[in-house]
Design a protein around this ligand. Structure first.
Ligand code: GLA
Length: 387
């Protein structure tokens, strides 16, 4: 697995000098609060102990040379006229982030960089947010830029929205930047206030990768966003002052839901109930009631499957087999859906049994191998060298 020593070696062998700096930015997993971020709502993600590493040295000629060590590819461009790359899609996260820094008025120069990651690509664990945030942080440190974590996250989100062309919310970039070891973060996606919530030491966060590519994710994601906006538009005339589904309670939806088409009402019901589950979930974790938190995770999955319709049979199978294992408190799909990963909260002493049971059940029912990662909540982006 990639680490500081390995990325250092890769940099030296490509650029024949030692890198000035090494940074890492983690992937993430969301414990609860799915499809709520773009509704001004609440999320509870954690950064994970798999990360993207960048080894870099500054240049003075406004050029960037970057090696994607995992792909054995290289890219080079000038920072004064950054265009999207059709040939090197991975480079767009780097190009876009540099463009966002410049657009925000920061004075920067070029760099030589080597990138490598232990965050699986395309699995819904935010490998792209990790690459954007790591890139931004390299330039922030090189040029002593005065950028708050929240600002770095917003620049990474802007990169994704305006340069890469993915209309995501703020959750991924925020947790990748500001995650805290052994904690999840309760993030209010309206005002970006956040609070660290300790994870119970007796449990592990276990991620199961379905290895189903999230092909529908982009189009369905935008469609869900549009349905949420539509719900707000229609509810506005009945509930004055609402700006987003975040402002609507379950009771209000009961009363006024009839103004929405059935599908739109279901979408709204997911978002509204999910926000309530996040707040309830944080309270239960703080009260030490892991069992109740697990129950809320299970309810979240059911809501994503039945009301938000972003699950697929393979993920339902993974979740169902996880929920059957004794010692598993709760399990749900994590991220946008349509493939990718599930997240389960498992008692430490049941983790080996869980691994075995879930892998065997997935193979038997779906005919595929799942990859199972036992993760620990990690810190957000940081400098690894110099220490
Ligand atoms: C993706 C997006 C996030 C969020 C989740 C769903 O991960 O990047 O902003 O909307 O889907 O919760």
């Amino acid at each position: 697995m990639i680490d500081a020593a390995r990325i250092h070696t890769k940099f030296v062998s490509r650029f024949s000098q030692t890198p000035t700096m090494i940074v890492r930015a983690p992937g993430r997993v969301n414990l609860i609060g799915e499809h709520t971020d773009y509704n001004d709502g609440f999320v509870l993600p954690a950064a994970i102990d798999r990360a993207t590493f960048i080894a870099a040295s500054p240049r003075t000629d406004r050029r960037v040379r970057v090696v994607a060590a995992d792909l054995n590819e290289e890219d080079e461009f000038g920072i004064d006229q950054i265009e999207r790359s059709g040939m090197r899609p991975w480079s767009n996260y780097i190009r876009g982030m540099i463009k966002s820094l410049l657009a925000a008025g920061h004075v920067i120069n070029g760099a030589d960089m080597v990138v490598a990651s232990s965050v699986p690509r395309g699995a819904g664990l935010s490998s792209s947010a990790a690459l954007e945030v790591a890139t931004g942080y390299v330039f922030q440190l090189f040029h002593n830029l005065n950028i708050l974590g929240e600002e770095l996250a917003l620049m990474a989100q802007a990169t994704e929205n305006h340069f890469v062309g993915v209309n995501c919310g703020i959750m991924d970039q925020f947790i990748v930047t500001l995650g805290q070891a052994n904690h999840a973060l309760l993030i209010d996606c309206r005002d970006l206030n956040y609070q660290a919530v300790p994870l119970p030491a007796s449990t592990s966060v276990v991620i199961c990768d379905s290895h189903i590519e999230r092909t529908l994710a982009g189009s369905a994601y935008n469609q869900r966003r549009a349905e949420c906006d539509q719900a707000v538009e229609l509810l506005k005339s009945h509930i004055p002052g609402i700006k987003a589904l975040r402002d609507v309670t379950s009771d209000q939806l009961q009363v006024y839901g009839h103004v929405l088409a059935p599908v739109v009402r279901q979408r709204a019901r997911h978002v509204i109930s999910e926000n309530e589950r996040v707040i309830a979930g944080v309270n239960t974790l703080q009260a030490g009631n892991v069992a109740e938190f697990g129950r809320l995770m299970n309810a979240s999955h059911a809501s994503l499957r039945d009301d938000y319709a972003v699950s697929i049979p393979e993920m339902d199978a993974l979740v169902a087999s996880a929920q059957r294992v004794s010692g598993c408190y709760g399990s749900r799909l994590t991220g946008a859906g349509f493939g990718g990963c599930t997240v389960s909260l498992v008692a430490n002493d049941s983790v080996e049994h869980f691994r075995h049971e879930v892998a065997a059940a997935y193979l038997a029912s779906i005919g595929r191998s799942a990859t199972i990662y036992v993760t620990h909540a990690a810190d957000g982006v940081s400098r690894v060298r110099p220490e």
